[in-house]
Design a protein around this ligand. Structure first.
Ligand code: SF4
Length: 172
């Protein structure tokens, strides 16, 4: 039976990140969405799995297409909320706010928007740098959420952006 399910495109041997992450219905099925959601989450997951393999299993990436938060981006390890940024000439640009320090259960917390209006094309790089830095700097047994809690806003912004100016805004 498990093999049959895999044959139709739902392999149960998939990385745990596929189970721990969630994207809202969003674009194209919700009128409130200002960004793609499930397709965007799929590209983020693919990037993280390809780069980090089993190490990223269990990370909670919660992605919403608007502030209504149907996928609860405030409580993810990495929360993403679709928004609209501005391009070089002031044109509207698909973008995401990045929310960190959220959690559920014994570590329940409302996350904080650390970066705002990150251009969508750069989001995979931002998320990758954050998780990669966590792997390099974590203390024994430390969770990603705790790493974000003990890191300053400026450090997280610097890590995520790769210390380069991208046009994304740091949250106030
Ligand atoms: S979070 Fe916003 S875009 Fe996503 S399903 Fe809910 S209302 Fe729609």
């Amino acid at each position: 039976m498990i093999a049959k399910v895999g044959e139709i495109g739902f392999p149960l041997s998939a990385n745990g990140l596929y189970a721990s992450s969630i994207g809202c219905i969003g674009d194209p099925h919700c009128n409130y969405a200002v960004t793609p959601t499930k397709t965007k989450l799929a590209t983020i997951i693919e990037r993280l799995v390809n780069q980090f393999g089993e190490q990223v299993g269990g990370l909670k990436v919660n992605l919403d297409g608007c502030p209504h938060a149907c996928a609860q981006h405030w409580t993810g390890d990495i929360g993403l909320q679709g928004t609209t940024g501005r391009g070089p000439n002031g044109e509207p640009l698909e973008a995401f706010d990045i929310i960190l320090r959220g959690g559920l259960g014994k570590d329940a917390a409302i996350g904080k928007p650390i970066l705002r209006r990150v251009p969508s094309a750069m989001v995979e790089d931002y998320v990758s740098r954050l998780f990669g830095s966590y792997l390099e700097r974590r203390e024994a047994g430390e969770t990603f959420a705790h790493f974000c809690v003990r890191s300053s806003d400026n450090d997280l912004i610097s890590i995520a952006s790769g210390n380069v100016s991208t046009g994304a805004d740091a949250a106030a």
